[in-house]
Write a protein that binds this ligand. Structure first.
Ligand code: UDP
Length: 361
């Protein structure tokens, strides 16, 4: 079976890494081989947003790398669509795999669907019910074009059912849980991030921010930065690995220099996966608007405060591991001192979601 995996953004490298590893294991033990060719759209192209994941997670090198990053949503998706279509026509894969909810996901799904190539969507069925999010638009459209919908949660299955999608829908667990188990253990042995950032025997809060609803709205990002200044202290600094987009907006709104000048706030470049895993494990709390990191907080048993008004990962909230605080300083501070009862979440599986996907292929 010939598969083209279409990825282009940081969280997709992490998810695809686990499926590529499962494909390699499958090929070791089975006569019917799966040939996987990776198509990197170039949506994320900075070395520490892309290349570092291929190295850290030993992802097979892309067969094709496009240069479709750094453009408006329409232009980026359009350019990807044109280039992906050419490759799919030439390569004639049996199936394509797309991940999550970025422009690369949608462009891959659109290109394949017009060529009648079956589409496997990993992380299908997630909904924030906020149609203004580009990610929500990408998810809905991709799910409606997909043939095999691999859902990480039961809520995802229910969401698809409500939209009339039942055929090809499977609960497989979460490939990001697979990744957290595999690389979380490795991070303890290999990552030097705690000593590099002088965090050994030190409490700290880990913060990441990149969603357009925060970065592109000056009021929200300003309120979040003010809150970081209020809560960061010498006893508990805030570690803030900066997404390239966020850096642009912080500078544009004049917020960047004050963050740099605060010794209790440590801005870093985006980190590799092993380093971020270790920080997630050791942090007293995560403040984030990332989708993936809300779950990783739970995987590593660290409480999370989500800087959004809604989440696709509602089970993390229901189980007490995640609190939604939006960009509201009071809600963020209240969440920091809250001690909700925290329960186990079973639906992310047992760390074998990637194998379940291969079985379905
Ligand atoms: N991540 C990383 N380095 C960082 C920040 C995040 O490796 O400096 C990882 C994080 O652990 C998670 C993924 O990137 O696995 C999440 O990506 P992102 O927040 O960009 O996207 P989202 O999950 O919101 O789609």
């Amino acid at each position: 079976m010939k598969i083209v995996t279409i990825i282009g953004a940081r969280p997709q490298f992490i998810k695809a890494a686990m499926v590529s590893r499962a494909i390699a294991r499958h090929n070791l033990h089975h006569h019917s081989k799966i040939e996987e060719y990776i198509l990197h759209t170039g949506q994320h192209y900075d070395p520490n947003m892309s290349e570092i994941f291929f190295t850290d997670m030993q992802i097979p090198l892309p067969a094709w790398t496009l240069s479709c990053g750094h453009a408006s949503h329409g232009e980026m998706t359009g350019r990807m669509l044109m280039e992906i279509e050419k490759i799919l026509i030439r390569e004639k894969p049996d199936k394509i795999i797309v991940y999550g909810d970025t422009n690369s996901t949608l462009a891959g799904a659109l290109a394949a669907s017009k060529l009648l190539i079956p589409i496997v969507h990993v992380e299908a069925g997630l909904r924030s019910f906020n149609r203004t999010m580009p990610e929500e638009q990408n998810r809905i459209l991709t799910d409606h074009l997909s043939t095999l919908l691999c859902c990480p949660t039961f809520a995802a299955i229910r969401n698809l059912e409500k939209e009339g999608i039942q055929a090809g829908v499977h609960h497989v667990g979460d490939v990001m849980y697979d990744a957290a188990l595999t690389f979380g253990a490795l991070a303890e042995k290999q990552s030097a991030v705690l000593s590099d950032l002088n965090l050994e025997d030190q409490s700290f809060i880990l913060c990441t921010l990149h969603r357009a609803e925060n970065t592109n709205q000056q009021e929200r990002i300003t309120a979040i930065c003010e809150t970081l200044h209020d809560i960061a202290s010498a006893a508990c600094p805030v570690i803030f690995p900066l997404h390239p987009r966020t850096a642009v907006y912080l500078k544009e709104y004049g917020l960047y220099d004050r963050l740099l000048q605060n010794p209790a706030i440590r801005i870093t470049e985006p980190l590799g996966y092993l380093d971020i895993c270790l920080l997630e494990k050791k942090a007293s709390c995560l403040l984030t608007d990332s989708g993936g990191m809300q779950k990783e907080a739970y995987f590593h048993q660290t409480p999370c405060i989500t800087l959004r008004d809604e989440t696709e990962w509602i089970e993390t909230v229901d189980a007490g591991w995640n609190q939604l605080a939006g960009a509201n300083p009071e809600s963020i501070k209240e969440a920091l001192s809250a001690q909700p009862e925290r329960k186990k979440i079973h639906e992310y599986g047992t760390g074998h979601a990637a194998e379940a996907i291969i079985d379905l292929l």
